[in-house]
Design a binder for this molecule. Structure first.
Ligand code: FAD
Ligand code: DHB
Length: 402
């Protein structure tokens, strides 16, 4: 049995766990990260692409933004497409110069793993049977098996950064958390294709056959999504059928359409809104998808994970440096306010752009009127733009030691 000691035991090496580990490191606070998957699996997992202005600023301020600066694609605007026409929303003009940056989540994770390894602080991949106990005491213990050896981490705090399907949230006793949930009657089929992006900016499309989204990863890789039934199997979609559906939904009357190329990755993701609160039980703090899920239409999940751990790092810094626990006590309330605003925005983007199986002709005409208003009113476009580039951070970077 290997017994280890640290200040903060972090469960999960996704964006939340890795960002928290680095923020703590920058403040001289020790942590051990325990991840159930392999390093290759974590890096290869294709997910988010859109970073809010505040997330970009955070990564730069943390000194982990070199790859982002070199390969990230700054977008000052986006398109909303319906009835065969693309409508431009100039986000930078509407928000006083703010933008989003397209940089794959797997690139963010790869950069953060490299930074973690450079700090020489521990990060265990392939951890088995991860569990913890005594989070209602001042010395919780995380247990796991690694390389055939059973290990125990004695720590001051546990950070539950293990995503929606992790063990941290379900380990909290019944009755402690309130949960709020909506499951959508559709999912997204997503592909990566070897094709130069045919637009410099994202195109969100509401088509009669359903939602579609044009995005990218690099000057040679296009990323596309389309709405499908929630339990759709990817095996039922040949590459030819995927291209036919994507092109049918996205081609506009001026002839714009995505470039076609070899499909190098494909999958189907379900869509859900979920909040668990409070994001704390004793010395266990939940962050990121472990506490909340948004449908991807608003591109908020990774960004929310980043803002949670900024608030948590500030609170832990104050605890270790000044013996203050009031910011730990406020952690959940501060995060949950932002979470609900992101929930509201993500639900609104989803409802405005997708077709619902139970909608009638009235609902559809109202939806088109919504889109018509959105793309013709500067006030409506400003509201979309300020939420899409990201609301101001809840706490200052300085208060988290940056
Ligand atoms: P995760 O990334 O899920 O990381 C949790 C980690 O914990 C994983 O590595 C997992 O292996 C590990 N783990 C799980 N169980 C255990 C255990 N028992 N022990 C140890 N480790 C464990 N967000 C955006 O901001 N912008 C976007 O454009 C965007 N687009 C998206 C598109 C798609 C198709 C999808 C699916 C998601 C998208 N998201 C987007 C959401 C974003 O990917 C997530 O919100 C983000 O991954 C959350 O990070 P996290 O660290 O909280 O959780
Ligand atoms: C991407 C993902 C999203 O969820 C989104 O809203 C926009 C872009 C992407 O993967 O590029």
């Amino acid at each position: 049995m290997g017994s280890l000691r640290t200040q903060v035991g972090i469960v999960g090496a996704g964006p939340a766990g890795l960002l928290l580990g680095h923020l703590l490191h920058l403040n001289g606070i020790d942590s051990i990260i325990v991840e159930s998957r392999s390093r290759e699996y974590v890096i290869d997992r294709v997910r988010a692409g859109v970073l809010e202005q505040g997330t970009v600023d955070l990564l730069m301020a943390m000194g982990v933004g070199a790859g982002l600066e070199r390969r990230g694609l700054r977008h000052d605007g986006l398109f909303i497409s319906f009835r065969g026409r693309r409508h431009h929303i100039d986000m930078a003009d509407l928000t006083g110069g703010k933008a989003i940056t397209v940089y794959g989540q797997n690139e963010v994770v790869k950069d953060l793993i490299e930074s973690r390894i450079a700090t020489t602080r521990p990060l265990y991949f392939d951890a088995e049977h991860v569990s913890f106990s005594a989070v209602d005491s001042s010395s919780p213990i995380i247990r796991f098996r690694h390389g055939g050896v059973d290990r125990e981490i004695h720590c001051d705090f546990v950070a539950g950064c293990d995503g929606f399907h992790g063990i941290c949230r379900p380990s909290i006793p019944n009755g402690v958390l309130a949960t709020y949930e909506r499951v959508y009657p559709f999912g997204w089929l997503g592909i990566l294709a070897e094709a130069a992006p045919s637009s410099d900016e994202l195109v969100y499309t509401c088509h009669e056959r359903g939602f579609a989204l044009f995005s990218m990863r690099s000057p040679t890789i296009t990323r596309l999504y389309c709405q499908v039934p929630p339990d759709e199997s990817i095996d039922g979609w040949s590459d030819g059928a995927i291209w036919e559906e994507m092109l049918t939904r996205m081609t506009t009357s001026d002839g714009w359409k995505p470039n076609v190329g070899r499909i190098i990755q494909k999958g189907v993701t379900p869509m859900r809104s979920f909040v668990a609160a409070p994001m704390r039980h004793g010395r266990l703090f939940l962050a990121g998808d472990a506490a909340h899920i948004v449908p991807p239409t608003g591109a908020k999940g990774l960004n929310l994970a980043a803002s949670d751990v900024l608030v948590l790092a500030r609170a832990m810094k104050a605890f270790y440096e000044r013996g203050r626990s009031d910011w730990l006590d406020e952690y959940s309330d501060v995060c949950v306010r932002r979470v609900w605003k992101a929930q509201r925005f993500s639900w609104w983007m989803t409802s405005t752009l997708h077709r619902f199986p139970d909608e009638n002709a009235f609902d559809h005409q109202r939806q088109i009127a919504d889109l018509d208003y959105l793309t013709s009113s500067r006030a409506a476009m400003t509201s979309l733009a300020e939420q899409y580039v990201g609301l101001a951070p809840e706490v200052s970077f300085e208060s988290a030691g940056l």
